[in-house]
Write a protein that binds this ligand. Sequence first.
Ligand code: HEC
Length: 150
Amino acid sequence: MLVLSGLILGCDESASPAKDTVKQSLFGNQDAMVVRNLDADQIKRGEAVYVANCVNCHGQNGEATAEWRKAGPDGKYPPPPLNGTAHAWHHSTEVLKKTILDGTPPEYGSMPAWKDILTEQQVDDVIVWIKSLWPDEIYDVWYKNFENAD
Ligand code: HEC
C-alpha cells in the first residue's frame, strides 16, 4: 500500500491540486481495484478524433512532451502527456471536457478550443480514448475520486 501510494503521488510533486483526494482515496478506500468498463466502439471513435486533431501536439499515444512541467522560452507550457504520466487523470470528466471544449488561457499554453470544430459527442469519445490509455492503478484512483461518490 505504501509503496503503491508513493509511486502514484511521486509522479507529480509540483502542481497537484487533487493530491489530498488521491491520498484520501488510497488510504481510506480499501476496495478492490475498479474494473474498467469502457465502450470499445467509443474508444475506437475517440481514437479517430484524436489521430485527426490531437496527435501532432499530444503524441501518438498521448505521451506528448517529456518536459511538460517546464514552460518554453515564450513562457507557455508545452502539451502535457494524456497517458496517465502527467496530470490529466487529476481531473474529473467534466473538467477534461471543459478544457477540451474551451482550450486553455493563451498566457499558459496553446491548447486550442475545440467547441467550434468537434461535436460534444466527439469530445466525449476522445475522453474515453484518453482514459483507455491510463494504467489500471491510475484509472482506479481516478475512478474512486471522481465517479464513485460513496
Ligand atoms: C496546438 C497543440 C495542441 C493540440 C492540437 C491539442 N492540444 Fe491539448 N494541450 C495543448 C497544450 C499546450 C496543453 C497545456 C495547456 C496549458 O498548460 O495551459 C494542452 C492540454 C490539454 C489537456 C489538459 C491536460 C491536463 O493535464 O490537464 C487535455 C485534456 C488536452 N489538452 C486534450 C486535447 C485533445 C483531446 C486534443 C484534440 C481534440 C488536443 N488536446 C489538441 C496543446 C494542444
